[in-house]
Design a binder for this molecule. Structure first.
Ligand code: ZN
Length: 305
């Protein structure tokens, strides 16, 4: 599952009053007030939904019903079979880069490591991992994509509950933002990690842009957050990992490595990534963050890097 660019969404959101609307933050469980709205869509229409902000966790969330989420997912480009070649062209190099990050931080160096890609979509990442010698499995919620990828001989399950408890590597690339109960999910992932196992998580990094849009506006359009259910900052991701019994090993500003995109976007990736590096991560402005995490229970001597 991959978050589309905010510019893919048009801005015909109907104005809605967000006053007095609040929602429970999934991390600290306090009620957080709506601070704006953002465009959402299904196969038939586009509409506005309120967006809340938890200041304590630096987390944005969409106030949306389970039924709206259910009808939204089939309408997204990242589950359409006809969009597959586009996604492969633009992301194959990035998935190879992700596997280099895995090589760098994984405690094991042999190529028989088990790797699970959560939100495996068309199976591109697990396919590349298999060719590199990993024993790979995908987790995908779209029944249609599960059937398509299984027909190609890939091992894909519909839930983390279907996985064994001996996984060396989880990759969670642009899919965490769609999860309604992230603490439960990450706890299940942690319980399935081998000692020395890692999770490589890629999130978008747009909360700071939403913060700018809120300046001077009581009900701003926050569609920059894409079709997110929860939009994480590094801080809120760290909080989520902490509650799931995990810890951050490394934060890598996403500089667009391996991505095929228009030069303006590519330049933006490099520029914001450079600012992040030069500021020693005090100004994390890169469009995305790649976070390597592991279980709290792992003994430091077992971590090789
Ligand atoms: Zn919170």
């Amino acid at each position: 599952m991959t978050m589309p660019d905010a510019c893919d969404l048009d801005s015909r959101a109907t104005h809605i009053e967000t006053e007095r609307i609040a929602h429970q933050c999934p991390l600290c469980l306090t009620l957080a007030a709506a601070v704006g709205q953002a465009t959402y869509y299904d196969a038939n229409e586009r509409f506005a939904t309120p967006v809340f902000y938890c200041k304590r966790c630096n987390l944005y969330g969409r106030i949306v019903t389970a039924a709206q989420i259910k009808s939204h997912i089939p309408a997204t480009s990242y589950v359409q079979p006809q969009s597959e070649s586009k996604w492969l062209r633009s992301r194959a190099g990035f998935f190879e880069y992700i596997l280099k990050v895995v090589d760098q931080y994984s405690a094991k160096s042999d190529r028989q490591r088990s790797l699970v890609d959560f939100g495996s979509a068309y199976g591109h990442l697990i396919d590349i991992a298999i060719r590199q010698g990993f024993k790979s499995t995908g987790v995908e919620a779209s029944r249609e994509l599960v059937e398509i990828t299984r027909a190609r001989g890939l091992n894909v399950v519909e839930s983390v509950d279907d996985l064994p408890h001996d996984i060396d590597v989880f990759t969670i690339i642009d899919s965490l933002y769609l999860i309604q109960d992230p603490v439960t999910l990450m706890s299940k992932i942690r319980m399935r990690l081998n000692n020395g196992g890692i999770a490589v998580i890629r999130i978008t990094n747009r909360n700071w842009i939403a913060g700018i849009k809120r300046l001077g506006s009581s009900n701003p359009d926050l569609s920059v957050l894409g079709d997110t259910i929860y939009s994480y900052s590094l801080y809120s991701l760290q909080e989520l990992l902490k509650q799931a019994g995990m810890k951050v090993v490394r934060v890598i500003p996403d500089g667009g490595a391996g991505k095929k995109t228009v030069w303006q976007k590519s330049l933006g990736y490099k520029m914001f990534s450079l600012i992040s590096h030069l500021s020693c991560h005090t100004l994390l402005l890169s469009p995305g963050l790649i976070v390597v995490a592991t279980s709290n229970e792992m003994r430091p001597s077992e971590r090789t890097k």
